[in-house]
Design a protein around this ligand. Structure first.
Ligand code: GAP
Length: 449
């Protein structure tokens, strides 16, 4: 069996086990949009909660925000998105395929030759990635509104509100998780690049002279986050934006890249956005957005912003790819020699504990349900009584459940159960009264082999 991790395997498992479904599948699917099933929404919520805890609970100087997706259209003029948020686009006149010009072999582009069919390409034109719609009952052009292409601007326009309402002092940060929309020309590689996605962004406001120090601090913090998340660190690397990649307002930018099945690709960015955004919003809104430092002789300045910008849905894809393994566990020459297992960190696993009665009869099912009832306040639990116990373990391995509890005849006698660990497949006998503490300790001490 081929035990490599491919995108086909990830897509197939994601659908089979209820992580991710194609949007509107019964109508043939909607490109660029995906639905998160029972396992997917649990995984997504757990990643989001992990990030939120990391950024707010563990950083005293960061507070949260949930700004609206719909914002005043002037926001996007001020931010530069109306003018500059474009991709270069070409169409093939023969096969009608559409490409991003910057992703085509430059020699072919120069000859206007389609990379797929060799047909003639159109001239390159700029294409704005923002989705437009209108607000109000009549579409007469006056109610133009955009679906936000990033969550960041909602933070910038609220920065003064937050200083005033929460008495924040520089340096401080504002964190936000939410939907963003981009009319991407090419959406491929499953949920890697989509038209509707979620971001987890944090904007950190600093004194202009201290931006380099905080930029380095946030680079270190964001790298350490992935280690805590249980990601294999040899799959990550830094990529510094060269002069041709750097956004025109950015002083410095680094991406953290993950080695997906299709190669190293951007996971999140750490950007020094200077005082560009707030300066522009001050100019466009006519409101004074200077910070007044009352502890330093009322010094006034527009803060610099260090941004950490991660894709939530992209992190979910990373979590799936990183956890996936086709593992040989026996040598009998049958399909059962192999198991598919997701080695999620237990804090990310959609189900933490599955309770499995060895048999449905003789009161074992009721006993197992009872044990599940005891544990569900503390852990996300599942109950499965269908089929051979080995098959049930495999089903749980496939969705990454780190702990399985088997209730058998001995349980009826001495109130002990079998606790099985997903990664090692080791089984130990644990008194029912010590289950909760044993599992909590195992979660705390978890290290992927
Ligand atoms: N506020 C800065 C900003 O939005 P970005 O590099 O355009 O920067 C940040 O996006 C992150 O959002 C990316 O690193 C990626 O994880 C995620 N992202 C961007 N476009 C995406 C898309 N079309 N689909 C899924 N995730 C996307």
């Amino acid at each position: 069996m081929d035990n490599s991790v491919t995108m086909e395997k990830i897509v197939s498992l994601a659908k089979r086990r209820g992580f991710v479904f194609q949007s509107s599948e019964i109508y043939g699917g909607q490109a660029g949009a995906w639905d998160y099933g029972p396992m997917g929404v649990e995984l997504k919520n757990r990643i989001s909660r992990f990030w939120w805890k990391e950024m707010t609970q563990l950083h005293d100087d960061i507070v949260g925000l949930d700004a609206a997706i719909l914002m005043h259209p002037r926001v996007w003029e001020a931010s530069g998105h109306v003018e500059n948020f474009t991709d270069p686009l070409v169409d093939c006149k023969k096969c009608k395929q559409r490409f991003r010009a910057d992703q085509i072999d430059p020699a072919k582009l120069a000859k206007k030759e389609c990379p797929e069919c060799g047909g003639e390409l159109t001239d390159t034109r700029k294409f704005n990635l923002m989705f437009k719609t209108h607000i109000g009952p009549v579409d007469d052009g006056t109610g133009l509104i955009y679906l936000r292409p990033e969550t960041a601007q909602g933070i910038y326009v609220n920065y003064k509100n937050i200083i005033q309402s929460n008495r924040m002092k520089i340096p401080f940060g504002i964190a936000q998780v939410g939907k963003a929309f981009r009319n991407e020309i090419v959406t491929k590689n499953f949920i890697f690049r989509t038209c509707e996605f979620e971001q987890m962004e944090m904007q950190f406001f600093v004194h202009p002279g201290e931006d380099d120090k905080w930029f380095n601090y946030w680079r270190e913090q964001r790298w350490a986050y992935y280690e805590k998340l249980g990601i294999r660190m040899n799959k990550l690397r830094w990529h510094q934006h060269g002069p041709d990649e750097l956004a025109f307002y950015a002083k410095e930018a680094y991406d953290i890249e993950y080695e997906f099945p299709m190669g190293f690709k951007e996971l999140e960015g750490v950007h020094n956005r200077t005082n560009y955004d707030l300066t522009r919003h001050q100019q466009f809104s006519g409101k004074d957005l200077q910070y007044i430092d009352q502890e330093n002789g009322n010094e006034r300045y527009i803060p610099f912003i260090i941004e950490t910008s991660a894709g939530l849905t992209r992190q979910l894809l990373m979590a799936l790819c990183d956890a996936y393994e086709d593992q040989k566990v026996a040598d009998k020459g049958t399909d059962d020699d192999w198991r598919t297992v997701l080695h999620f960190h237990p804090t990310l696993a959609p189900i933490t504990v599955a309770v499995l009665p060895l048999m449905k009869k003789d009161g074992l099912a009721e006993l197992a349900q009872d044990i599940r009832g005891e544990l569900k306040e503390e852990f996300a639990t599942d109950y499965d009584q269908g089929g051979a116990i080995g098959r049930r373990y495999r089903r749980q391995d496939e969705v990454g459940t780190p702990f399985c509890i088997t209730v058998d005849y001995q349980t009826k006698e001495d109130n002990s159960v079998t606790l099985r660990f997903r990664d090692s497949m080791e089984q130990i006998r644990v008194p029912r009264t010590e289950l909760e503490s044993t599992i909590k300790k195992a979660i705390k001490n978890y290290k992927r082999a």
